[in-house]
Design a protein around this ligand. Sequence first.
Ligand code: 6PG
Length: 489
Amino acid sequence: MALPSSNLTRIGLAGLAVMGQNLALNIAEKGFPISVYNRTTSKVDETVERAKLEGNLPVYGFHDPASFVNSIQKPRVIIMLVKAGAPVDQTIATLSAHMEKGDCIIDGGNEWYENTERREKAMAELGLLYLGMGVSGGEEGARHGPSLMPGGSFEAYKNIEDILLKVAAQVPDSGPCVTYIGKGGSGNFVKMVHNGIEYGDMQLIAEAYDVLKSVGKLSNTELQQAFAEWNKGELLSFLIEITADIFGIKDDKGDGYLVDKVLDKTGMKGTGKWTVQQAAELSVAAPTIAASLDSRFLSGLKEERTAASKVFQSDGFGDILSSQPVDKAKLIEDVRQALYASKICSYAQGMNLLRAKSIEKGWDLKLGELARIWKGGCIIRAIFLDRIKKAYDRNPDLPNLLVDPEFAQEILDRQAAWRRVICLAINSGVSTPGMSASLAYFDTYRRERLPANLIQSQRDYFGAHTYERTDMPGSFHTEWFKIAKQTKI
Ligand code: 6PG
């Protein structure tokens, strides 16, 4: 296809793996002529071919970086979709050599936010602008409407706002799933926490499945029905929807269902681990997200678990499961409520982490606005996010989602079912680390007095770390050891 009459395209995209190809086609489909480039040039030709097949979309391919950069109108904007880390630095070096003052590079990968801040500084020294933009929604989202989380140079954002507003997922009544997130690496950070929340959601769903299957003895057909039913109510979400689909898919390589043949070992690329590390760094409790990460670690120990199952099976532990008589309909409803309540706690943790980081970095993140742009396009998209947005609209300084009046009521209404499910799971020997961590988070947060008084006493006893008192101000130390000598029993 010939270049537009100006002989220049509106934007460029470098890195043409499937995500990159799909995003380029999406941009072109929205009416923005786009130049594309990839180091392996066959990918360029493949993208141009796809553009032809998918409706003669205005995608222009280039095999060398100089002509790629020069084909874009100024100030030039190039989105990079390459593997995080060193490939990003290499691509920046290749492209920036041909770019001019005022041009901009956008990294659309799952990058560590500090790398983005380092690159933004280095680019500024060359007079170039930089954005780190979280892109969520997988391959489908990239092609038909992702959730976009751009952070960094506001000037750069403004240069392509019109494109992003059209390319992002569109949600009726709440608009395109994109907003300027804030300065520096905030876009990458927000995407990282999105992924941490995604880990939490997936773990909670997996536990719901485990309880229903292992304790409730539901078949895959019954599981599919239960999840499809849940997807009509307050749990309506992309992850619940695909979960229902998964239970209906038969194995094309043998008998039965595919899900039963999939090895129980979870992979990961790192964003969930970063989320938990950041939570610890900022002293924000995120036990549900941490439990989901730990569960991935433990899932990886397949051989050890197989050996351990034999050790404990021989002790009769394996018999616990079969002895439970279960009312399936009641269990399904209890698990649904437990999942919903656990999810509230998990999101509360993610949002609190975002707020803590925003304060530390002066990003001024708008939590309600983040919930809005996650309502469509991304992996955690859910009707539930609308409730979170409304909670922050009601009170932008909400210390915790749990104390929003609506969420508080929802938790109270569900706590009996929530406790029943966890007790049943514990008594059946089925682990529910995410749901249990959520419940413990709630039970810890809602109690005025915790046993932390004893921990402070112990710290002061062995380390003279001092303690505060409930009845008078100041810092106190007691010679616990000396006194204990007289009171020892
Ligand atoms: C998204 C996804 C995407 C990717 C995750 C998977 O928002 O589109 O989160 O970024 O699928 O990186 O992460 P793990 O491989 O760590 O599960």
